[in-house]
Design a protein around this ligand. Sequence first.
Ligand SMILES: Nc1ncnc2c1ncn2[C@@H]1O[C@H](COP(=O)(O)OP(=O)(O)OP(=O)(O)O)[C@@H](O)[C@H]1O
Ligand SMILES: [Mg+2]
Length: 240
Amino acid sequence: MPGKERAAGDRAGDSPITARALVRSYPNAAGPPLQVLRGLDLEVRSGEAVAIVGASGSGKSTFLHLLGALDRPTSGTVLISGSDVSGLSDEEAAALRTRSIGFVFQFHHLLGDFTALENAMIPAMINSSDRRTARKRASTLLEAVGLGGRFDHKPNQLSGGEQQRVAVARALVNEPPVVLADEPTGDLDTATSREVQDLLFRMRERSGAALVVATHNRELADRADRVLRLREGVLEDVRG
Ligand SMILES: Nc1ncnc2c1ncn2[C@@H]1O[C@H](COP(=O)(O)OP(=O)(O)OP(=O)(O)O)[C@@H](O)[C@H]1O
Ligand SMILES: [Mg+2]
């Protein structure tokens, strides 16, 4: 899936990620519903990297979960590769995630019973039954983030930063057209944080993925094509 072809195929309204008038409120026992997102719009083109910054609690994870079809909006629209996420059943949303979305969670969610290599292979195994290809791609990605010597370690035998790097490899293994990363460098030292950033941006260049990354990391935000701040439920331009 060469990035160039995909970029050339893009037209307005045909972007891999579109959010329109997005609202997400949470019920609140102590008072009126908590309106976290209040009519937010975003369009991300193929090959484009967008950083979302904003105070803790401003709604960055909430927003990424909506883009990743992990949660449904109170109102408004999310289109991923042309599919309207709110109209999908749970099974259809799961299929869309496997096919089109790589998600790096803020708290990595690896499967405890599987090794690092197996965790990184899982999305590729679901997408195709070709175990050898899945294994090869997952190994290459794990090596790229410095985990060549940790293939057979289970998550509880890995440090927090190592688990996060496995989670990044897992998100990229299918070369999805949409990559969503929630604070991917959160608990990493500077050198490892750079390796993870390099991997995300290399993937964006190679496969033409649309990348949205929520982060407090200034260096990571500076590498994005656009930086937006989530404040009072909407996105403001910081740079772009
Ligand atoms: N399931 C939920 N039910 C009720 N309120 C929630 C729920 N999930 C999140 N919130 C509230 O929504 C707000 C936004 O949370 P969110 O996790 O999206 O923030 P964030 O910008 O990702 O913060 P951080 O930078 O700390 O990761 C917070 O005030 C949080 O308390
Ligand atoms: Mg968050």
